[in-house]
Design a protein around this ligand. Structure first.
Ligand SMILES: C[S@@+](CC[C@H](N)C(=O)[O-])C[C@H]1O[C@@H](n2cnc3c(N)ncnc32)[C@H](O)[C@@H]1O
Length: 235
């Protein structure tokens, strides 16, 4: 595909992710995915590792795992790929073709993940997906069942003025006018839920303790305490 054709193909798609397709073209994603990537602390070298990307949308993180040397990457989604949100699978398909990627794909719901359906992966990415789960413990158990070593989980967090384990519930479209959002946990709720799902050690890698303290302070005065956090959970 020459540059003009690629520009036209990119412009025809609504992108969530900013993916560098080469020839000076970066997809115009809604989210600053390179900045989010920096917060994940994804291992720089994934040589020999298998990676499962759950709810991958345009696949930015799957392609990044491949770029970092992963032996095998399986990109999965259901909701967006079935065009139930404002996006589609078109971005993933175009990026994979242009990048000449070997990332595999599977349309599957989080609740259908199991060693029998997809196998078990060294590293699992659950990025921006947890708060879309209507049955969050069940979803984490399914994800744990397909994780061999490390889960990297990014999520909305809420109720930061509360010191303990709690989940905000968003009925209807209360969070961001999006009726696919259900729960916003406190950071300690995330940690406890991951341990209950079968992970032995959980670390919060974003935000730093100082930043979380600042957010906690701000949340006492402001009505909105919704932020985002990243956790590493080890089997
Ligand atoms: C906020 S987007 C995050 C996309 C990407 N992981 C990222 O971090 O940029 C949530 C993704 O989860 C997917 N998703 C939502 N519910 C799902 C479900 N039950 N099973 C599989 N994927 C789901 C959506 O289709 C969407 O691609």
């Amino acid at each position: 595909m020459d540059r003009a054709e690629l520009e036209k193909a990119v412009a025809a798609i609504r992108w969530a992710h900013r993916i560098d397709l080469g020839q000076g073209i970066v997809t115009p994603g809604l989210w600053d995915t390179p900045q989010m990537l920096a917060r994940l602390r994804m291992p720089a070298d994934l040589s020999g590792q298998s990676v499962l990307d759950v709810g991958c949308w345009d696949g930015f993180y799957s392609f990044e795992a491949e770029r970092r040397g992963a032996r095998r990457v399986l990109a999965t989604d259901s909701f967006t790929w079935q065009r139930q949100s404002w996006g589609s699978k078109d971005g993933f398909d175009l990026a994979r073709r242009v990048l000449r990627s070997r990332v595999e794909e599977r349309q599957i719901d989080v609740l259908d993940l199991s060693p029998e359906t997809v196998g078990v992966f060294d590293i699992v990415l659950l990025l921006g997906v947890f708060y879309h789960m209507k049955h969050p413990m069940l979803a984490l158990e399914r994800v744990a069942s397909v994780t061999r070593k490390l889960l990297i989980m990014e999520t909305v967090i809420d109720l930061l003025y509360l010191p303990g384990r709690a989940l905000a519930f968003y009925p209807g479209a209360e969070l961001n006018q999006d009726d696919s959002n259900w729960f916003g946990p406190t950071p300690s709720a995330v940690e406890a839920m991951l341990r209950s799902a079968g992970f032995t050690r959980v670390e919060r890698v974003w935000p730093s303790p100082a930043r979380l303290l600042l957010w906690r302070g701000m949340s006492v005065f402001g009505p909105k305490s919704i932020k985002r956090a990243v956790f590493h959970a080890y089997k």
